[in-house]
Each structure stands twice: as C-alpha cells, then as structure tokens.
Unconditional design. Structure first.
Lengths: 229, 229
DNA sequence: CCAAAAGTGTTAAAACTACACCCATGA
DNA sequence: TCATGGGTGTAGTTTTAACACTTTTGG
C-alpha cells in the first residue's frame, strides 16, 4: 500500500451513460460485471480515475477499454457522492453521458466486463450500485438538452431522413410531433443540408436524405442564434 | 500517514460560488485565504470532502465554517478535474453554486479565511486556483437557469416589488426588459401573491409588495407547468 | 393497383413586441 | 408643486397549432 495520505480519501470513479437509438427506442449501453462487487450484474461502463489523467480522459479511456467505443459525443453529467453508493468503501463517481450512432459502432466486451450490450432505456435489467439513479438523471438531462442544443444528430447516421429525425425527437421527448410543423421548423433553421440522395431499399417512395451542417451551426451561434426544439 | 491505498488517489474538494444581489449588481462571496497555497489571495469558499460526508454536506459545512452562511439554495454545478488545478498535487473539485439574499445573511470570515466579502461578479480580484473558470461556469449556469426555473427569488427578500424583480432579471440576463410586458408575463403565471403591503421609506409612490408562492409553483409543476422567462 | 410513407399550405389562435401617459407620494 | 418611480392597455406582428390530401415507389 504505497500511497498514503494524512486524511482518508474517497475513491474517485467515472461512469458513462452511453445512449444509442435504433429506430425503435432509446437504448443504453451496459456491461455485465466480471468483478466483485455485483459480479454478473449489469452496470454502466466506468472505473477508477487515475491520478495523472483528467476526468474526461478517464471517461473516454474506460469506454474504450470496456466497450471498444471511441470518438463519441461525451459530456459531464453530475457527480454522485452518496455515502453508501459502493458497498466496499466510500466512492465518489463523476458521471458522464455520451451519444453514439448505434449501428456504425459495434460494441465488444473487454477489461473487467463479461459482456457488453444495448438495452432499451425503458427496460433495463436491475443495475449495480446506484446506476439506475445515474441513468435516470442522464435520461432527464438528454430530454431537456435535446430541445435547445442540436445533439440529437449524434444519435443518427450522418445522412438521415426528416422522418427519422422526427421519430428520434418523438422518442426522446416522449410526445408526438406534427409532421408539417416539425419540417417547417427544422428546415427553417437552415442547419440541414439537403443531399442529392434518397433512402435505399424501402418498399415505398424513398425519402430525401439530409445532413446536419455543424459549420453553419457554429457560425450562427456566434451571431447569437439559439437552436430550439 | 495512516491512510494508505493500493493506488494513488486524487484529493477531493468542494468549492462554492455564492451569488448575492444588492440592487446594483450581481455579487459573489469570496474569502481571502489564510493558508498556503495562494495565501492572501481571494478564492471561492471550499475545502476537502470528508470521507464520511456527502458532497452536498461538505459544501454546506465549508460554507458554514468559512463564511457563516447556512440555509441557502445550493446546487451542484460541475466537477473540475484539470491536472494542474492545484500546485500541490492532483485535486478534483466538485463545484456548487448558491443563491442567497445578501442583506439578511451577514457573512463573517472564519476557519482558514482571513476575510470574507462580497464582490461584483463583473469585477472580482484575481482568484486563486482555477476559481475564475469556476465562477465563469457558475455565472453562465445562473444566466441560463434563471430563464426556466424560478430561482431568481432566492436572491431577493421574501417580500419584493415587481420593479426589484425586473431589475434582478435585467442584471442577470444583462438586457433591458419592458416594464409592462414583464409584469404581464410574471403576473400571468400566477406564482406571485399580491400582499397588502407596500414599500416603506421611499421618496415617491410606494410600490406594492409580492411574494413568490412556492406551494402553487410545486402544484403547477406536477401538472406540467413550465416556468419561462 | 395496392400499400406505405413522402411531401406539401393555410388558417385561426395565441404570444410577443413596441410603445406613452396619468397617478400617488414625499420632499 | 415638483421630482420620482408606480401602475396600466392596445395594436401590429410573429409564432404556434391544427389539420388532409396528392405523389411516389416497390411489391
């Protein structure tokens, strides 16, 4: 035990709530623990923060190590510090949430994880630690944030149809949206580029594809533009 | 050094950004450090998290110890984990922000603090550590949150005039508001109770006093009400 | 030709913005 | 009686909400 301090210190971890979207429901990436405590239980990916890495770096490293995911939208969520979160000892955890396009990012279990898999947010298995609380906070944050930041696009492929986008918003906000009003509003912002492409392999009229124009968004933001709904 | 661990652990602190409002400007409560490092410099109140207390408890305890403040609106802000935040060693800090009615809560310096005083947010002395960054994040959060949560009332006395409320919003949002439109909107929400009292000791017509009706607000929230602007 | 989803405008109601004068009070 | 801020309404504009049919395509 070579690391000694004058006062007791809580352990510090990061936990990541990774959201994906599969045209049916909002999904969350869980790992099945291969370590005590809660061995065999499903949990959020995460682990201890090293003393020489930032919190963001720790979150990205743990995600890479435990699930194989890299290069995703990641943002700090909240820090959980209840006394009995972890049965072993006092552990404070900085939670992050991430958004990823589910299909183009296959996941694989690795370090400390027996398995890694997607579950519908509304229907997860029982989770280890206070991870159900963390998931609930993350879900609430996503619902709130999606209305005034264009982060929904992180959950879709680069090219998408307006109907896909609408379904995504309907799923996250859990309310139906009017098709014409939705299109008017979203196109009116001028943040979508209409592509010369349409959907493939559908048994009906193919929809036009669009992509989100991040450069224009940044430019508009500088001029005081606010994304909304 | 009786506390030893198998891996190195960052130290964990809390820091508090306490906002007040004095009819002129938004103020922040700072303490003058009486300890190394940054001895003599102004800083946010805060300190180490004890292993047997929650983060919220630590924030409240440090505020009480260093400034004498208790019973205020307190909310977690963000966790700061840059590698060189503290020149001594790796320290991760969970930042909180608090709102307090400035006049009825006198502050006094105490533990580890040579002095405690209010400064205009827009004109603080140079701050220790990364506390200027923390203050900036807290200020941005306050500006954002005040629009869709009725937290501005925490900065005013229990009984206030509509003009005081309007000035507060103008100060926080840093933009002028139209008097008639502001009154129409805020009264239209039905969250203010008109009292049978008016201002005292003013050299002109005395304004009616109101108070925020927290009970009604909670009731409306349950029915899906959303405070806005 | 049928099924399925794409795409497209209008209208009424509500919300927002801009704006100016009289009133009450104390000095 | 004057200076100071308190209190009040309306009209034009913009935004939002509700709503249904025709088109395209593949099976």
């Amino acid at each position: 035990m070579p690391y000694c301090y004058a006062y007791a210190r809580p352990a510090l971890t990061v936990d990541c709530v990774v959201f994906g979207y599969d045209a049916e429901a909002l999904q969350v990436l869980l790992i099945q623990r291969d370590l005590e405590p809660f061995i065999g239980k499903w949990a959020l990916p995460g682990g201890f923060v090293r003393v020489e890495e930032t919190l963001d770096d720790a979150a990205r490293r743990e995600l890479r190590e435990e699930t194989g995911l890299a290069d995703l939208y990641l943002e700090q969520l909240y820090t959980f510090g209840a006394l009995a979160r972890d049965p072993r000892e006092r552990v404070v955890s900085v939670a992050y949430y991430a958004l990823v396009e589910l299909f183009s990012h296959p996941v694989r279990a690795a370090t400390d994880a027996r398995d890694a898999a997607w579950f519908p947010v509304a229907d997860t298995p029982p989770l280890a630690f206070d991870h159900a609380d963390i998931l609930a906070v993350a879900h609430a944050r996503l619902r709130g944030k999606v209305r005034y930041q264009p982060i929904g696009f992180e959950l879709l492929p680069e090219k998408f149809t307006l109907t896909q986008l609408q379904r995504l918003y309907e799923t996250i906000l859990d309310q139906p949206l009017d098709k014409r009003n939705f299109r008017k509003k979203i196109l009116g912002m001028g943040l979508l580029v209409e592509l010369d492409e349409v959907e493939q392999d559908v048994a009906h009229r193919a929809a036009r594809l669009y992509r989100f124009d991040a450069a224009t968004y940044r430019r508009l933001c500088e001029r005081g533009f606010n994304f909304e709904l």
